[in-house]
Design a protein around this ligand. Structure first.
Ligand code: DSN
Length: 416
């Protein structure tokens, strides 16, 4: 038996081998799941550092444990950088991820049974925006708005009507499967009319907002939640940004309301990602994400693949495969065999079940992080259409997987 403190390869060759294989997979395939990315190597270093060893319940200068000199400095750095990056009064960097961040917001503003409102999952919202299977729908009196049947854009008239009827305490805006710009100003009007707190969940687009290629919710939403690992390229974590008047309520809701000790390695990772997001290189990256998504969307449309809303303004594309007569799951599984990894996804007004829906969801953040551009997106569009039209052709899928791997070899995958 190796010594307890020996390196991973000696302590547990099985886990070491699985990590090695996963790094190889992430290198050899095209990763199109829009909520995934390659975290910066510097972020990975911070996450695996000795910061993992420290307990720090509380906030800087007011902890329940001693020995916080370095942890306080790390947390204050992360907070200060986020405040300056997004132009907000206050930041809390302790939520363990996006769902706990959203839950903390409910805890800050609502009591059990209070009315709340959010975009339905079926229309591109998130489970934590009030879906019935989530605590946000079980413990609160949730109503959900959706998208218009005519163009699959957010139905603001219906949302305003629902808000007037229900008078929710909080209104969530923000999406996980919506390919268009979110009109935060319009949501702010609705919230103001009914006296609700507007909460913008920008988990998918926080990198695009920081990079200046999606309008910011700041000035419209009093509270903003986000994960930190999607377009932002930081660690698996969460953050809440808010106006000064809500700072205390948010901090109390996160700790001691919902969580214990923050994950300090993650906090350091957020500080690093916030520093990098302020650079001109990051702005170029954010722009390239959107440019790539538009090129990929055009390539797919040119091959007759229907896209929800007809295209994209952001990092994400939602394909509706009904006209191709291929279920989303069948397409996603065939694409995976061809080295193209996406997720099957419901499309608005889907008549199929969520576990076997009509669409697939794509995103360009990870491919763009590898430096891929328009030429690669065009090749990808052709490969994808070939696979979607021939899901049972194993020889074709194997040939494409080889071509994908060859293309990937020219674009190093960060950290792999
Ligand atoms: N719903 C996840 C996604 O967008 O993939 C994030 O929670």
């Amino acid at each position: 038996m190796p010594a307890l403190d020996a390196p991973l390869a000696e302590v547990d060759a099985t886990v070491a081998d699985l990590i090695r294989k996963e790094a190889q997979r992430q290198h050899d395939v095209l990763r199109l799941i829009p909520s995934e990315n390659y975290a910066y190597p510097a972020v990975m270093e911070a996450c695996g550092s000795v910061l993992n060893n420290k307990y720090s319940e509380g906030y800087a200068g007011k902890r329940y444990y001693e020995g916080q000199a370095n942890i306080d400095a790390v947390e204050e750095l992360a907070i200060g950088r986020l405040k300056s990056l997004f132009g907000v009064d206050h930041a809390n960097v302790q939520p363990y991820s996006g769902s706990p961040a959203n839950l903390a917001v409910y805890l800050a503003f609502c009591a059990a049974g209070d009315p709340v409102m959010g975009l339905s999952l079926a229309a591109g919202g998130h489970l934590t925006h009030g879906h019935g299977v989530s605590i946000s729908g079980k413990y609160f009196d949730s109503v959900q708005y959706g998208v218009r049947e005519s163009d699959h854009r957010i139905d603001f008239d219906a949302a305003a009507k629902l808000a007037r009827e229900k008078r929710p305490k909080i209104i969530f805006c923000g999406t996980t499967a919506y390919p268009r710009v979110i009109d935060f100003a319009r949501f702010a009007e609705i919230a103001a009319e009914v006296g609700a707190v507007l909460v913008a969940d920008i988990s998918h687009i926080s990198g695009l907002v920081a990079g200046g290629v999606h309008p910011s919710p700041v000035g419209h939403a009093e509270v903003i939640t986000s994960t930190t690992h999607k377009t932002f390229r930081g660690p698996r974590g969460g953050m809440i940004l808010c106006d000064a008047k809500h700072a205390k309520a948010i901090d109390r809701a996160v700790f001691p309301g919902l969580q214990g000790g923050p994950h300090n390695g993650t906090t350091a990772g957020i500080a690093i990602a916030a520093k990098l997001a302020a650079t001109s290189d990051f702005k170029a990256y954010a722009q390239a994400i959107v440019d790539n998504a538009k090129v990929l969307a055009e390539a797919l449309l040119s091959r007759g693949v229907d896209l929800v809303t007809g295209g994209t303004d952001n990092h994400l594309i939602l394909c509706d495969l009904r006209s191709k007569d291929v279920p989303g799951k069948v397409a996603a599984q065939a694409l995976d065999r061809a080295g193209i990894v996406c997720n099957y996804n419901s499309v608005p007004f889907d008549t199929r079940k969520p576990f076997d829906p009509s669409g697939i969801r794509l995103g360009t953040p990870a491919m763009t992080a590898r430096g891929m551009g328009a030429d690669e997106m065009k090749r990808l569009g052709t490969w994808m259409a070939d696979v979607i039209e021939n899901t049972g052709d194993d020889a074709l899928l194997a040939r494409i997987a080889g071509e994908v791997k060859e293309m990937c070899s020219h674009f190093p995958a960060p950290g792999c």
